[in-house]
Ligand binder design. Structure first.
Ligand code: HEC
Ligand code: HEC
Ligand code: HEC
Ligand code: HEC
Ligand code: HEC
Length: 447
């Protein structure tokens, strides 16, 4: 992992973004006006289904969604005003979350309640005037826009009464998505790397871009008056969709021995196979996300026992096993509380295995402020088509009932660690616990 990230870092330093011809990334701030872009409502009358799909996708709420508002206005903006190192994020967050405001130079944009055009978030006309990207790797909104009458699309020679169309192969590539789905912190650390993870994995090699899984094609009409054909569905379903998460990782478990002497330890193995995800899980906002494995044994009297995972002994493993420790102290800086002690790091049962990659602030403390990330910890996420095995060794308690003991494993996912959500008063739906999968097995114990 370290090699992969540092190699990319060198590449991006060697080929800086920005050029004479086109302004992209930070340089594009204030190079357009709001009026350069049409409103989504202007597309709705003809692109009926696509419009309705988009309004249900988080893409259309990238600026208005309450957790985004909290993080931007309560943490990022005050932090940018205090710490020159991160000053750029005051504008930069908007390059991906409120691109029209960024391009119009309107930063910070008006609050969502003011109903400005920032609320259009990642809109139809923004995505359909992206022509290319600048630089070696797509990241930090280094897309190049060419707003106007011409809309870029995936098909050649289609005609519209409202606009011109032009085939743009770039739209059908993962790099297109990578312009917003890869992010580098002001400290030069990859804090979002969905497209880079994809590129390293099996799906890139087999020519399966993001679109196959997040914009699948189905028969229909792309516009009211268009011919029937295969149409890219604008679903953008990801971690906000329990159905997308369901079964993303497949799980089985088995005991090392089915019949166990009550004096012997029990050994259980759990296999976790990432069957469905084209990148690592979790991906994207990895600093916020938590995915954990919880195993419970039930004896023949119905008494329950929680089993902590066995240690494997790798560097940084302490971040991958739930513990009673504090973290996220750097939130004290934007919140004007220099003595801030932090909040609980995990908020899940102690001893459970956590699949994550910790982000560290310049003082080496774990952070959810991805823009304040100076280094990354161990990458213990599950890669595309990777299988991890976790072992649980259990010394049976003296008073356990003889006979059958059943084991249940649950793999859970939460978009934001609970203690951070409680502290910042983030709406409860953001911390809904989603069950990714379950598995079970049993043993018989005798004396
Ligand atoms: C995040 C960027 C993004 C947003 C937002 C977006 N699109 Fe698209 N759209 C795409 C991409 C990428 C494709 C091509 C997908 C493919 O072919 O795999 C596409 C395809 C299309 C197509 C052609 C569909 C087909 O298969 O024939 C139409 C029409 C379209 N979009 C209209 C819209 C409208 C209208 C909206 C807003 C309601 C919108 N798009 C929002 C990225 C976007
Ligand atoms: C202009 C920037 C931009 C582009 C281009 C873009 N996205 Fe996004 N996308 C975002 C932002 C911002 C969010 C997060 C919204 C939020 O949670 O606030 C997002 C969210 C998503 C989600 C939902 C994730 C979740 O947690 O539920 C998926 C899936 C997704 N994008 C896929 C794609 C794909 C596939 C493409 C390329 C066809 C693409 N995006 C292109 C900015 C972009
Ligand atoms: C008056 C109706 C109408 C309006 C309004 C309209 N479109 Fe279209 N658009 C069409 C038709 C018709 C097509 C051709 C569809 C076909 O033949 O597959 C089309 C095609 C497209 C394509 C090309 C898709 C491809 O297959 O390559 C894109 C992209 C697109 N529209 C985006 C937009 C956006 C963005 C808006 C709003 C700013 C918009 N359209 C507004 C009617 C309209
Ligand atoms: C083989 C199918 C597949 C491909 C290819 C794929 N994804 Fe995903 N993606 C998924 C599934 C399944 C999930 C839900 C599990 C999860 O959240 O990680 C997901 C989740 C996401 C999320 C939310 C991640 C999180 O944990 O918050 C984003 C953002 C996303 N995808 C973007 C992309 C982008 C961008 C690409 C291309 C570079 C891409 N995906 C390629 C299947 C795919
Ligand atoms: C390079 C593009 C990019 C930049 C810059 C960016 N974001 Fe994001 N942001 C995204 C994408 C894409 C996602 C969705 C990732 C996922 O679903 O896992 C996201 C997700 C989020 C989320 C989580 C939303 C959720 O529902 O879980 C928050 C909050 C957020 N961003 C706030 C910010 C703030 C504040 C900044 C500036 C400090 C910022 N972002 C900068 C692209 C960006």
């Amino acid at each position: 992992m370290g090699q992969f990230f540092s190699a990319l870092l060198i590449l991006s330093i060697a080929f800086p973004t920005g050029s004479i011809a086109q302004k992209a990334g930070d340089e594009a701030l204030g190079t357009q006006t709001y009026d350069s872009f049409e409103k989504p409502a202007a597309c709705a009358s003809c692109h009926v289904d696509i419009y309705q799909q988009w309004t249900q996708a988080i893409m259309s709420q990238a600026y208005t969604h309450h957790w985004d508002e909290i993080e931007y206005f309560e943490l990022a903006v005050p932090h940018a005003e205090k710490d020159p190192m991160v000053a750029g994020v005051k504008a930069g967050c908007n390059g991906c979350h409120a691109p029209l405001s960024f391009l119009a130079g309107d930063v910070p944009p008006p609050r969502p309640e003011e109903g400005s055009r920032a609320n259009e978030s990642v809109s139809c006309d923004l995505c359909h005037v992206i022509k290319s990207f600048e630089g070696e790797e797509p990241f930090n909104f280094n897309y190049v826009v060419d707003p106007g009458r011409k809309k870029y699309g995936p098909k050649p020679g289609v005609e519209s009464p409202h606009h011109d169309t032009e085939l743009n192969e770039f739209m059908t590539t993962a790099e297109y998505c990578g312009t917003c789905h890869n992010e580098m912190s002001p400290y030069g650390v990859w804090v979002k790397s969905t497209q880079l993870e994809w590129k390293e994995g099996p799906y890139a090699k087999q020519g399966v871009p993001c679109h196959h899984c997040h914009m699948p094609k189905a028969p229909g009409r792309s516009a009211k008056m268009a011919e029937e054909g295969l149409v890219a569905q604008h679903l953008f379903h990801g971690a906000h969709d329990p159905g997308k998460l369901a079964g993303a990782v497949e799980m089985r478990m088995h005991p090392a021995e089915r019949e166990v002497d009550v004096r012997d330890p029990v050994v259980i193995n759990v296999q976790l196979h990432n069957a469905k995800v084209g990148h690592k899980i979790p991906s994207g906002s990895v600093e916020d996300r938590i995915m954990w494995l919880h195993v419970i044994a039930t004896d023949s009297d119905g008494k329950q026992y929680h089993l902590p995972v066995d240690r494997k002994g790798f560097d940084g493993e302490e971040y991958t096993i739930a513990a009673d420790v504090l973290a996220y102290q750097d939130m004290g800086v934007p919140l004007d509380d220099t003595a801030f002690k932090g909040v609980q790091r995990d908020g899940v049962p102690i001893g459970d295995r956590i699949f994550r990659m910790p982000y560290f602030d310049p003082q080496g403390r774990m952070t959810i402020m991805q823009w304040n990330t100076k280094s990354l910890g161990v990458d213990y996420r599950i890669g595309p088509r990777e299988t991890k095995v976790e072992t649980f060794t259990w010394e049976l308690p003296d008073d356990i009932a003889l006979g059958r003991v059943t084991f249940k494993a649950e793999l859970n996912y939460q978009r934001l660690v609970q203690p951070v959500a409680d502290f910042l008063e983030v709406p409860v739906d953001e911390t809904e616990i989603v069950r990714i999968n379950t598995a079970s097995t049993w043993i018989e114990i005798y004396d």
